[in-house]
Design a protein around this ligand. Sequence first.
Ligand SMILES: [Zn+2]
Length: 440
Amino acid sequence: MAETANPPRPQDEVVDIARDLIRIDTTNTGDNATAKGERAAAEYVAEQLAEVGLEAKIYESAPGRASVACRFPGADPSRGALLLHGHLDVVPAEASEWTVHPFSGEIKDGYLFGRGAVDMKDFDAMLLALVRDWKRRGKVPPRDLVLLFTADEEAGSDYGARFMVEQHPEVFEGVTEAVGEVGGFSVTLPNDLRVYVVQTAEKGLDWLRLRATGRPGHGSMLHDDNAVTRLTRAVANIGQHEFPVEMTPTVRQFLESVSELTGIAFDPNNPDETVAKLGPVARLIGATLRNTANPTRLNAGYKTNVIPSTADAVIDCRSLPGRNDELEAILRELAGPGIDFEYEIRQPGYETSFDGVLVDAMAEAIRQADPGARTVPYMLSGGTDAKAFATLGIRCFGFAPLKLPADLDFTALFHGIDERVPLDGLKFGVDVMDRFISQS
Ligand SMILES: [Zn+2]
């Protein structure tokens, strides 16, 4: 591309690109027939990259379900490549509930509004603004960067990250680490100290179907083999079970760091108590202290006087990394005999250590951009594309930097009404990513 007199600044471009992306409605309904916009978004991304001389390739897993990848060669090809990833799809938004249209990309009161503003077209835009700036200025990353923008993260990644991992492993050649959501945002502790949480672990996703089989019969008769009774006993036992605290290295390190920074005492024998004192962060951390198993669906019977032969239920289980077999053993015991287990989804969690060049680079970039602030590791209780990349042995981190006002309930914005991102936060994010990637 020819040099222009005044190339756009990445701090300005990031807002425009995020806005453009929000205006491409990429609602993922979980159904290929109604999911939309991912192809248009992928083409937009490819154009943004092509404009500065980066050749991107679009991959379709099913008609319209498009992901886009590109390699930005680095200075030292002998080093492992760094995967920078973001998803292009968003969850549905009900326009009538919003104060602005969720796909209009409106800017007001210093915020960019729209579905995807924090999950995660903000980070997609940071990545694009950053590499466009570097290419224009002829700046070369220290090592190969693989940029990947995926479809289908919001519905389990089968048509996006998982498809890429399974069908196009060549895209990940030489990749040793990955950086994406959900981390890098600031959290203000009770003593007004700002920490930036880096995701170094993610709980597993285990959607388990329980099925009881019994003897069918007439509802007016004596009956001792009722599938509904057996199933509901199992569901109640599981739903009422209090899983013990199992502190993983990530959660322990988070609590130790926060305790040190705030002076809130940390009792390893009672981490729940420590977490409860942390204010809004408690919601982020509470669910990562233990396995969870919440019954969410029940299905049995078709007529009041007919005892059905089967009954089934679905349990939304979230296992700690490396503990999904252990969780299943506990659930089998709680369910008792005569209950069959079948997984709708079984994606184990992952955990990586909070150390190394990349982690140091994150901490340093944050220190430079927000003096006095610290980075701490944490575990996400939800799911992201990272679980798919972790299956390739890649160390995964969530680091999409955003400096947030202390009173903003950030986690509520994910999939929430009036999802929005501070414009200053976007600019801050590009700045931090620039420093971070330069030192990566
Ligand atoms: Zn997301």
